[in-house]
Design a protein around this ligand. Structure first.
Ligand code: GAL
Length: 683
């Protein structure tokens, strides 16, 4: 588990791309079961017009495929799949196990998910049933096997799409079955009760367990529940969900093997938006990484967060091409205020994903639904039909994607990595931390945004990964670090790397216990310092640094070792005169530490300084200009340039060549219009 992170390599013994799908895939979730069959032909005709090459089918159709227990009706799906095939549209066929039918709920009340507060979650919506439930497993196996056997050899089907967004909307269950499964999982992990008690620190608050039967899931209790127990439960839930995926995946693989046609199997991730599953582990189980991303419409920097999500997805795929399985043509329907996309915004978003490694650009969904919970969600074909701006932009994007076939397969390469570890996030997000203002997410976005603004392409990495390929590694907030990961980070620095660690990192081990080395844990040894005491700041408080920069949220009492340089100090506040920014040269590399929250220009200055020290090249880009490069094996370089600003932007001098979107030449000093995009094959 945590200590033996084997590196998130996708599986390699299977095809890693939908069969026979050249160029950049383009399409959507297609839900024809919501429509009269008379609409289906118009659908495929319009798909052709829009340049659609692949659709995901059947994701929520279990109740239609198996109307009564064991009575499988694939007739309508046959007709859908045949029709798509006749029109040259590839099918990414889904298992429908994210929408259990009403009859399954009725027959198995014991399989209803029970939440932390003890509420039973019944039918009428969507979502998994108890992930540990034998009844759910049996029913899911039956429908998956039926689909696998019928369609494994169907030429329209090029890939399998298991379930939908594991971890959402359900990620944990506290029912009776889950109690037993959790105990079994704990026996496997800890062996005996003494070890479990020690790992969970149950001597505190007299929580010692005397028998296995006393051990329960961390459901609602009078006060804070044991944090180590909660952390193990998060791991258990993730493992149970992943086991559901693996069960279906193996059935699909076996059916493919039986007909001599192995097809890739995927499931759609939500890279930065699902906090509950450890995608580093999931990425090792899928044949191709697929991801869903939706803009946070309220945020004016939503395009930067999009880039971050895409970069994390590429990192999960270990740099290999991945599929953007869902995004929206315009507004979604589930945010507090669902902001519609402005003209050109959809294309910029889609192309940003492409620039960051996506070789498939798909939407939720093809045709806007008239009924149900998502009728106010945008679609490729809007409620207003083809005489709409939305449709015209979709058709234009389809054409654009069609012109980018030669980009497929090229890679987006980064020299900088940000550390991202779901386990650390799970642990930090538990109750009673030193300040409610601590946020690993805020720090990650802040460091990412500063690098984005400097035109620096970023990978994400697990702290236990081999990081030797990176010139700079940043730990924005790595609260939990295992001894093994700390050793790996130490080796990275000694081997010549530059590591920047931001405060509240290295604090606890895999059991959420403070490291024996103290509050900076084994990372402190690498950094050449000890954090003696935390000094969180009041909500309205900030501190000055000797350099003139300011920090807020956090300060701490740092004691440095002999060979650690103090680059900046706190000028006022609770730890005036003590180190705020340090650097230790170690082996061939250097380890930097920042002990307060710097933001805005102060963070830009820090990032610039550490990039300079690490030899990382920055671009002097006008505000709002995004530039990212993909490079092919043959050496061709493609610059995707996106102007998110309302004024024209000068492209960097090195961007000269052919704009594949327009066929026009881009000469030195060229400008990109407000809101415009270019994909330039460099000379
Ligand atoms: C996704 C989900 C889709 C659809 C979409 C709406 O999370 O997978 O089925 O609900 O959100 O934005």
């Amino acid at each position: 588990m945590t200590d033996a992170h084997p590196g998130p390599l996708p599986r390699t013994d299977r095809p890693t791309w939908p069969e026979g799908l050249p160029g950049i895939a383009f399409g959507a979730d297609h839900n024809p079961e919501q429509w009269d069959e008379s609409v289906w032909l118009e659908d495929v005709r319009l798909m052709r017009e829009a340049g659609v090459t692949m659709v995901s089918v059947g994701i929520f159709s279990w109740a239609l495929l198996e109307p009564r227990p064991g009575e499988i009706d694939l007739g309508w799906l046959d007709r859908v799949v045949d029709l798509l095939h006749a029109h040259g549209i590839a099918v990414d066929l889904a298992t429908p196990t994210a929408a259990p039918p009403a009859w399954l709920y009725a027959a198995h009340p014991e399989a209803w998910v029970v939440d932390r507060a003890g509420v039973r979650l019944g039918p009428g919506s969507r979502g998994i049933m108890c992930p540990s439930s034998p009844a759910y497993a049996e029913a899911a196996t039956r429908i998956t096997r039926a689909l696998a056997e019928r369609y494994a050899a169907h030429p329209a089907v090029r890939m399998w799409h298991v379930h939908n967004e594991y971890g959402a909307p359900v990620h944990e269950c506290h029912c009776a079955t889950s109690q037993v499964a959790f105990r079994d999982w704990l026996r496997e992990r800890h062996g005996d009760l003494d070890t479990l008690n020690a790992a969970w620190g149950t001597a505190f608050w007299g929580q010692r367990h005397g028998t296995w039967e006393e051990v329960r899931t961390p459901a609602a209790a009078a006060s804070v529940v044991n944090p180590a127990q909660q952390l193990d439960f998060a791991r258990f839930c993730d493992d149970e969900l992943r086991a559901c995926f693996v069960r279906e995946r193996d059935l699909l693989h076996a059916a493919g093997d039986a007909v001599g046609r192995p097809l890739p199997v995927t499931t759609n991730f939500m890279a930065t938006s699902c906090a509950h599953v450890d995608y580093w582990a999931w990425a090792r189980e899928v044949d191709v990484v697929a991801n869903d991303h939706y803009l946070t419409g309220e945020r004016r920097d939503a395009h930067v967060l999009l880039a971050m999500d895409a970069d994390l997805t590429r990192s999960l795929a270990r740099g290999r091409p991945w599929i953007l399985m869902e995004h929206s043509t315009s507004a979604v329907n589930w945010q507090p205020r669902n902001i519609a996309k402005r003209p050109g915004e959809m294309a910029r978003g889609s192309l940003s994903h492409l620039g960051r490694g996506a070789d498939g650009i798909l939407f939720f969904q093809w045709r806007a639904s008239r009924s149900g919970a998502e009728k106010f969600h945008s679609a490729m074909l809007p409620h207003g039909g083809t005489a709409t701006r939305g449709w015209r932009e979709v058709v234009a994007l389809g054409r654009a994607v069609g012109r980018l076939a030669e980009v497929a397969g090229s890679r987006t390469v980064a020299r900088v990595a940000l550390l991202w570890d779901w386990e650390s996030c799970w642990a930090q997000d538990l109750e009673w931390r030193p300040s409610t203002d601590l946020s690993h997410r805020e720090r990650t976005e802040a460091f990412y945004s500063a690098l984005w603004a400097a035109g620096v392409t970023v990978d994400f990495a697990h702290p236990g990964d081999d990081l030797a390929a990176y010139d700079l590694v940043v730990a924005p907030q790595l609260y939990l670090v295992t001894a093994a990961s700390a050793a790996s980070l130490d080796a990275y620095v000694r081997g010549g790397g530059t590591l920047l660690v931001s405060f509240f990192s290295g604090v606890v081990d895999e059991h959420d216990a403070v490291h024996p080395e103290g509050l900076s844990g084994p990372l402190g040894t690498t950094l050449g310092l000890q954090v003696e005491e935390f000094h969180p700041l009041r909500a309205d408080e900030s501190v000055a640094l000797a350099s003139g920069l300011r920090g807020d949220v956090w300060s701490e009492h740092v004691v440095v070792g002999e060979d650690t340089e103090v680059l900046d100090t706190f000028a006022d506040g609770p730890v005036a005169g003590l180190p705020a920014l340090t650097r230790r040269r170690l082996g061939g590399g250097q380890a930097w530490y920042v002990a307060t929250r710097v933001d805005g220009p102060a963070l830009a200055t820090l990032v610039d300084r550490v990039c300079e020290a690490a030899g990382v090249e920055r671009l002097d880009l006008p505000a709002g200009l995004e530039v990212v490069t993909r490079t092919s094996e043959a050496g061709a370089a493609y610059v995707v340039a996106l102007n998110h600003a309302d004024t024209p932007a000068a492209l960097p001098a090195h961007v000269t060549g052919l704009d594949l979107l327009t066929g026009a030449r881009v000469e030195p000093g060229a400008h990109l219009d407000a809101g415009a995009a270019a994909v330039v094959r460099l000379d």
